[in-house]
Design a protein around this ligand. Structure first.
Ligand code: HEC
Ligand code: HEC
Ligand code: HEC
Ligand code: HEC
Ligand code: HEC
Ligand code: HEC
Ligand code: HEC
Ligand code: HEC
Ligand code: HEC
Ligand code: HEC
Ligand code: HEC
Ligand code: HEC
Ligand code: HEC
Length: 461
């Protein structure tokens, strides 16, 4: 049949329908049969068809000129759909919805997509207007990459800003529940999370891994600038770790941790992650390989056994040498001042070096004579490092194996030996000295105060 005849037939069906009262077939059905059945099959042959379209074409179309087969809509396009569909009013309306341009997304008759959409709502629909390029970067968020915008956004309107289906943080947690473990016992959540996830992540895409808005340390400094700035700005030493790749996240978890201060792992493990080689320090010196030192010397100093390197070192920056938390003489010999030993005497009793009588105070005494007082409490006092290792040792009481001699780096053996009642040492440069705690037992060798003082040559300082 000729194309025009079909149109005429369709037109006739619609036009005459209201007049044929005796006909048993309801007029709308006849209209569908005529219009859709004959010519406009595409209006109903879709996977998803508008219920109304199946029922009656004239819910939306009115024949205006039978001859010309022209129709008008029963209402202006922007009023047509809302006659039957009152979309819930919410604070934030999507502009095309506010303009009631429903047909920019929906087909009035039907389509192959749910809700008669013009394209897959978990695919290309939103890209009809939103340039995907603006949402691109080297790292694109999974749902964005496939175009599934509506998992997060309402298409019509929302009470939340940015048309979010749920408050932003809740949205993220529907898929990434494992990130927020604040319900768990002993869990420290980073307070940043309370302000949502997008303080650090772009919901769409970015040029940084994990769609981060920036890399650490810049990322962290967006909120911690002031604090870190105060710590580092005028500091004599800024820890190399702060500038290492990864910056803050080498040591800190971003979301939360079982450890305090969001620490990633126990401090010893954390610090030795980098201090497992001889790193060059800012002052030109080459730092000890701490991992090797601790592995080689099984007797670790109390705080290290407790996993607290920061009992003595600041983690970020500091003014004292080696970023120590308290004063400690830098030199091998130092004029005695109790304040210059604040580091050690934050934990150990100061009387150790303040009292001449050492009974009940220290094992390092000859009779009652306090040999700590004797060595340290002097104009040219020996600092603790003359005899003790501060990190770890093999000898009892963390006595060193050797002390550096002169600038040469030559190490002088101390040969410390502990006995039940005292001890002895025989540094390479002079004969053995010993001490005995009980008055009734005479120590071997010289016992006078002057003679028990080791006469070690000064190291480089
Ligand atoms: C005469 C009333 C009426 C008008 C006008 C109307 N609809 Fe509907 N619409 C309905 C009814 C009734 C349903 C429910 C039956 C169904 O699910 O198909 C519906 C269903 C829908 C659905 C849901 C389909 C689904 O799969 O869940 C969408 C989307 C829709 N209409 C969009 C529109 C759009 C867009 C317009 C304007 C072009 C429009 N409607 C105009 C009555 C109407
Ligand atoms: C819910 C309202 C609605 C119903 C019901 C409806 N249409 Fe439409 N139809 C429209 C709208 C809106 C347009 C687009 C008008 C425009 O773009 O100006 C349209 C366009 C058309 C067109 C123009 C070509 C095209 O497909 O875009 C034809 C033909 C058509 N409809 C046939 C039908 C037939 C046949 C039926 C019944 C089987 C029907 N319509 C039912 C709303 C409806
Ligand atoms: C920006 C695209 C877009 C525009 C514009 C739009 N819609 Fe929708 N609409 C959607 C999407 C996407 C869905 C499917 C929602 C889903 O699956 O959760 C939908 C679903 C619907 C539904 C099904 C029920 C529901 O709420 O899920 C109706 C009815 C509907 N829209 C009516 C309208 C009407 C009326 C207008 C115009 C005032 C309109 N839409 C404008 C995208 C749009
Ligand atoms: C017909 C064009 C059109 C389509 C299709 C469209 N949008 Fe929009 N959308 C706009 C316009 C215009 C704006 C306002 C300007 C802007 O922010 O880009 C907007 C803004 C938005 C906003 C920001 C709202 C705010 O308050 O900040 C979001 C979110 C959004 N659209 C999501 C979507 C999603 C999701 C889809 C797919 C379901 C979609 N859009 C499809 C036109 C469209
Ligand atoms: C994982 C959830 C999620 C997905 C998926 C998502 N968005 Fe967003 N979108 C957001 C959030 C959250 C915001 C709020 C702005 C912010 O915090 O950066 C937003 C904001 C927007 C805005 C407002 C302008 C802006 O960038 O701030 C537009 C437009 C937008 N989204 C469009 C889209 C489009 C288009 C898609 C799909 C290609 C999409 N979104 C997918 C979560 C999402
Ligand atoms: C509908 C589920 C869904 C929602 C909602 C969602 N995401 Fe995702 N997200 C994914 C998927 C899928 C991936 C990619 C798969 C993967 O790598 O784990 C992903 C990956 C990520 C990644 C990168 C993970 C990696 O290992 O590379 C980050 C970061 C992320 N999402 C953050 C967010 C944030 C922030 C929000 C809220 C704005 C959010 N997600 C909302 C599903 C979701
Ligand atoms: C303070 C900044 C910050 C906030 C806030 C934040 N993240 Fe992250 N997120 C990161 C960093 C940094 C990484 C990379 C992990 C790393 O380097 O240790 C990451 C990684 C991820 C990953 C991928 C790897 C993993 O750990 O699973 C997902 C998924 C993720 N974030 C989701 C979220 C969600 C969901 C929220 C909100 C509840 C959120 N993030 C809040 C900084 C943040
Ligand atoms: C969106 C803002 C924001 C960003 C970005 C941010 N933080 Fe925070 N962070 C906070 C707030 C708020 C607190 C709690 C107040 C404070 O201690 O300053 C906090 C506290 C901390 C604490 C102390 C926790 C405690 O238990 O005392 C650490 C450690 C921390 N943040 C590390 C980081 C690291 C590492 C990054 C980068 C991956 C980062 N923050 C990025 C907001 C942020
Ligand atoms: C070498 C490991 C390390 C690096 C790198 C590091 N931190 Fe820390 N940070 C720590 C340790 C350890 C603590 C806990 C100190 C303590 O024992 O109280 C801490 C404490 C904090 C605190 C809480 C206490 C305070 O000082 O206010 C914040 C906030 C913080 N760090 C942020 C950052 C930021 C931001 C960066 C990157 C610029 C960073 N950290 C880099 C190890 C590190
Ligand atoms: C990401 C690698 C890294 C981690 C983790 C790290 N450090 Fe460092 N550290 C360095 C580098 C590089 C230097 C040398 C540059 C410098 O002097 O700051 C250094 C230097 C030092 C210095 C000597 C500072 C000076 O210049 O006198 C001390 C002390 C120190 N670190 C202690 C620690 C402690 C304690 C921890 C654990 C809380 C730790 N480090 C974790 C990289 C790291
Ligand atoms: C009891 C206090 C204390 C503790 C705990 C401590 N340190 Fe030290 N650390 C010091 C002192 C004091 C120095 C300076 C030593 C010297 O010059 O005699 C130092 C020096 C260093 C140096 C520089 C070494 C060099 O070659 O000059 C590094 C690196 C270092 N410590 C890392 C660590 C690490 C890692 C931990 C945890 C495993 C740790 N420290 C625990 C007190 C401590
Ligand atoms: C944060 C606290 C703390 C600081 C600071 C500290 N110590 Fe200790 N020290 C301890 C603990 C705890 C022990 C182990 C006591 C035990 O095992 O009974 C210990 C043990 C020792 C021992 C060995 C005692 C023995 O009988 O084996 C010596 C020697 C020592 N410290 C010297 C020092 C020196 C030198 C400094 C300063 C550079 C110092 N300590 C700083 C806590 C500290
Ligand atoms: C001349 C070497 C020498 C110097 C210098 C020295 N010590 Fe000792 N210290 C010893 C010896 C030897 C012992 C072991 C005594 C014993 O158990 O027989 C000891 C033991 C200790 C003990 C274990 C408890 C006790 O007193 O028996 C502590 C704590 C200690 N020293 C801290 C320090 C501190 C802090 C400094 C620096 C202010 C320091 N020492 C300086 C040689 C020294």
């Amino acid at each position: 049949m000729h194309r025009y005849s079909l149109i005429a037939l369709c037109l006739a069906g619609l036009a005459v329908a209201p007049l044929q009262a005796q006909d048993e077939t309801p007029q709308a059905v006849r209209a569908i049969q005529t219009c859709a059945g004959a010519c406009h099959q595409d209006t109903i042959r879709r996977k998803v068809t508008h219920g109304v379209t199946l029922e009656k074409c004239d819910a939306c179309h009115v024949l205006t000129n039978a001859e010309a087969h022209t129709f008008s809509l029963t209402a202006r396009p922007e009023d047509l759909c809302v006659r039957c569909h009152a979309l819930p009013m919410r604070t934030h309306a999507h502009p095309p919805v506010a303009e009631r341009a429903c047909l920019k997304c929906h087909d009035p008759h039907g389509s192959d997509h749910p809700a008669m959409l013009l394209a897959d709502p978990k695919g290309d629909l939103c890209a009809r207007c939103h340039d995907r390029k603006q949402l691109q970067g080297d790292y694109v968020h999974g749902p964005v990459a496939v175009g599934a915008c509506i998992v997060c956004h309402e298409p019509h309107a929302s009470a939340e800003p940015a048309l979010m289906r749920k408050p932003e943080r809740e949205t993220c947690l529907t898929c990434h529940a494992e990130v927020d473990r604040s319900g768990e016992a002993d869990w420290h959540t980073h307070p940043a999370l309370e302000r949502g996830c997008t303080g650090c992540h772009s919901p769409h895409a970015s040029n940084h891994k994990f769609q981060l808005k920036a890399e650490a340390p810049d990322l962290c400094l967006t909120c911690h600038e002031e604090k870190i700035h105060t710590q580092t700005a005028d500091a004599k030493i800024v820890h190399g770790a702060l500038h290492a790749p990864g910056g803050c996240t080498d040591c800190h978890e971003a979301h939360g941790s079982r450890l305090t201060k969001l620490q990633k792992v126990g401090q010893v493990e954390e610090c030795l992650g980098c201090h497992n080689e001889r790193l060059p320090a800012a002052d030109g010196s080459i730092l000890t390989n701490m991992k090797e030192l601790l592995d080689r010397n099984p007797d670790h100093h109390g705080p290290i056994r407790e996993g607290a390197c920061t009992a003595c070192h600041l983690p970020h920056a500091g003014d004292r040498f080696r970023m120590l938390v308290e004063d400690y003489p830098k030199q091998f010999y130092a004029p005695f001042d109790i304040n210059s030993f604040k580091l050690c005497f934050g934990c150990h009793i100061p009387d150790l070096v303040l009292k001449e009588n050492g009974r009940g105070l220290t094992n390092f005494r000859d009779g009652d004579r306090n040999l700590h007082w004797l060595h340290v409490n002097q104009e040219k006092g020996r600092t603790c490092r003359a005899c003790h290792e501060v990190h770890a040792s093999k000898r009892p009481a963390h006595i060193r194996e050797a002390v550096p001699f002169g600038e040469s780096g030559w190490m002088l053996e101390i040969n410390f030996n502990q006995t039940e009642v005292g001890g002895s040492c025989s540094p390479g440069c002079h004969k053995q000295r010993s001490y005995v705690r009980h008055d009734d037992i005479k120590p071997p060798g010289p016992t006078t105060a002057a003679e028990t003082t080791p006469t070690l040559a000064p190291p480089g300082e």
